[in-house]
Design a protein around this ligand. Sequence first.
Ligand code: SF4
Ligand code: F3S
Length: 105
Amino acid sequence: TYIVVDACIRCKYMDCVEVCPVDCFYEGENMLVIHPDECIDCGVCEPECPVEAIKPDTEDDPDSKWLKLNTEYAKVWPNITRMKEPPADREEFAQETGKLEKYFS
Ligand code: SF4
Ligand code: F3S
């Protein structure tokens, strides 16, 4: 499966949702996640993200932190299939690290 990682937090460009053939993105306030059981591993979304926030789960942290987070929140957040207005200040957060601890919601 593919997963969304911390680069998405507060960037949330949403280009990814437009290309997913199975509509398996779910929306939180500051980031999106992929439902790992619904993702068919097509890889189409990966190059669409301007901040490289989408990766195969083989590139997850050793403790599978991001796969766990995607799995958990895909169950409770609403599905998103259409791009919305992205955050106006998204570029300010594109290079920032440690965003999970600072801003995740
Ligand atoms: Fe959707 Fe394909 Fe991306 Fe999985 S890899 S989230 S199926 S676009
Ligand atoms: Fe996030 Fe990139 Fe999609 S910033 S919303 S994973 S296009």
